[in-house]
Write a protein of this length. Structure first.
Length: 180
């Protein structure tokens, strides 16, 4: 038990370690409150419930796309996924259009399940969203238009990984969206 200060004396100050831990606890509480209020709308799919619009764009071999080399003969069936842009910066209310291009290798022709795992606020909150199943024929590009919610704070960064799985193969492609 600490002594009570006499009349005219000032109360003792907390130790620097105790004050530091108090500040750290306050910052964690504020971060938790911010995460609870901001992240559900940040990580939720756009209205309408579908995360991927299913818009199929022309294949990369179509006019207007650079030609790519054909895979060499041999080797097991495989695929690659390219997502553009991998890093984006947008303001609140702006739309970022992501293009996910699936390229088969060595005759790959299976279904590919895609999902997005996203996290923000230093990983305090994360969510996984099912982006659906893509079916052949490949190559094909699927477009996903994402509008940055108007209630997101400037400076927040959302890190994501699109995981594509098919034919026993899993590909992971990182994404970053920063709100300006």
């Amino acid at each position: 038990m600490e002594p009570v200060p006499a009349a005219g004396e000032s109360p003792p100050l907390p130790s620097p370690d105790r004050a530091r831990w108090g500040i750290i606890a306050l910052v964690l509480v504020i971060a938790g409150i911010a995460a609870a209020t901001l992240l559900p709308p940040i990580l939720a799919p756009p209205s309408g419930g579908n995360a991927v619009t299913g818009t199929v764009l022309p294949s990369p071999a179509a006019p207007g796309f650079p030609a790519t080399a054909s895979p060499g003969p041999g080797g097991p069936p495989d695929f690659t996924v390219t997502i553009s842009p991998a890093q984006a910066t947008a303001g609140r209310g702006e739309t970022v259009v992501y293009r996910m291009t699936i390229e088969p290798r060595n005759g790959f022709s299976g279904e590919i399940h895609m999902e997005l795992q996203a996290s923000a606020l230093f990983g305090l909150v994360s969510q996984t969203h099912d982006l659906g199943i893509q079916e052949p024929p490949y190559p094909k590009t699927v477009e996903y238009a994402f509008t940055v919610p108007s209630n997101w704070p400037s400076g927040i960064t959302v890190n994501g990984v699109v995981r594509s799985t098919g034919g026993g193969i899993t590909r992971e492609d990182p994404l970053t969206l920063t709100v300006r």
